[in-house]
Design a protein around this ligand. Sequence first.
Ligand code: NAP
Length: 501
Amino acid sequence: MQRTFHCRSSTAEVFACLCSGMTGQERSEEKSECVSLSPMMEADPALPESERVCVFGTGDLGHSLGLRLLQAGYGVVFGSRRPHSSSRLPHGAQVLGHAAAAQSAHLIFIAVQREHYDFLVPLANQLKGKVLVDLSNNLRKNQYPEANAEYLQSLVPGAEVVKGFNTLSAWSLQNGPSDANRQVYICGESAEAKEAVIAVATKLGLSALDRGSISVARELEDFPLQLFPQWRLPLRIAIGLSAAFFFYLLIRYVIYAYVTQGKDISFRIMVSLANQVCPIVSLIMLSLCYLPGVLASFLQLYRGTKYRRFPNWLDRWMLCRKQLGLLSLGFAFLHVLYTLIIPIRYSVMFWVTEHTVSLIRENRTTMFDTTTAWHDDSYLSLGILGFGLYVLLGITSLPSVINSLSWREFSFVQSKLGHLTLLLCTAHTYLYGWNRFLSSSTYKWYTPPGYMLCLVLPSVVLLLKLLLITPCVDRTITRIRQGWERGADQRNPKDSQPLIP
Ligand code: NAP
């Protein structure tokens, strides 16, 4: 659609002059910069100043922000280097030169890259007392000696700089708020300026969180540079475990067979080996998900209080339990897929046919073994039940599902059913080992198989959990979690009455 530009339309002209407050000479120069994109919806000079906002920069973010501000009912005036040629502005906005635009509103969003901030220096007079919202981000951490917002404040000392909105992208602004991008962070020295920015954020449907003074600006500028920060540790653990077990199993199966029997079974790497690595990593990661909770309980028991901070490493570990759990579910899912394709594998079909043909040739039959059938069915059944609960845990970690659960329901699923999942999966693995634990042929080159190694951690977690749920330990832990402190009885005799009668 062809858009009509109305340069020097009378209303725009009056508005520019009204708001600029410039000398006649300046006004006549600035007049030629005044462009309205729609005669019907241009920023209404009758609007109170609080209902008008200015955006410097007509690029991606400026455009999207302007559009959202217009939709929220604000009068929007863009400040641009080339007001005449700004062709992609939202319908209803007005575009002026920087100086005139600055005069039109109290609050100015700076949607310009930090490298160009020096264009603001000559505007120091027009920007005096204005609230400047610094939206800028950097390409990497510590790119500049000081935060962009602090730099902006040093260039325009007469203005009140507020850092904020930089965690939103132009794309998310255009697409409207969703749960994920509703939160914005702000910081700045002036409480009044921050209130003005919070008011705009609220009207845009965003929720603004005041993070404090301008010294926090660098932290806010680093936010958008973060790449899955909570997933980093769990991903490293998953990759480390997968690599370690892959090489361990490669040596024990493929290389061992080649060295001792001269057999090339390297084709097993693709499915058989992968189908051993996945359940091993999955079970260890599920244990790692429940181990910190158990350790925290023992630490509270040892300290006799819940009011002392956990060590940093334990805090960090507890915070990434969800990611550990979700990754372990991913590995369990791969294990299920690999197991389901076993019957259609060429090597398996070949061996089954070969075995059947050899039985016919030799006129032999085999007897049905009920014990083996029981073992196989129990092993598979525990695996299926464990995986079902695994999926349930994964679903209940979704934010929308969490929101629909009470705290008690959430903790029942994640703690009680979570430990039950660990128990079922551990039992599934013990059944896999079955009578091979005591067979010497299992220990190739005197090394235990992978499934035995992976049973160590879940067994320890389950044993510790069993200790914690014994009545005497459980009673003490519950008292501690309700605020009781060991030793406080002596300090204050009133506290000696038990919290749980
Ligand atoms: P952009 O598309 O490159 O637009 C920047 C605008 O700044 C230009 O359109 C131009 O507007 C103006 N400008 C360019 N050179 C200038 C100069 N020398 N002097 C004065 N003004 C100049 O950038 P953007 O993506 O909108 O980003 C703007 C700021 O927002 C950046 O600091 C960025 O880090 C931050 N940010 C962007 C996003 C995003 O999703 N894009 C998200 C968060 C934060 P005129 O031609 O109209 O003058």
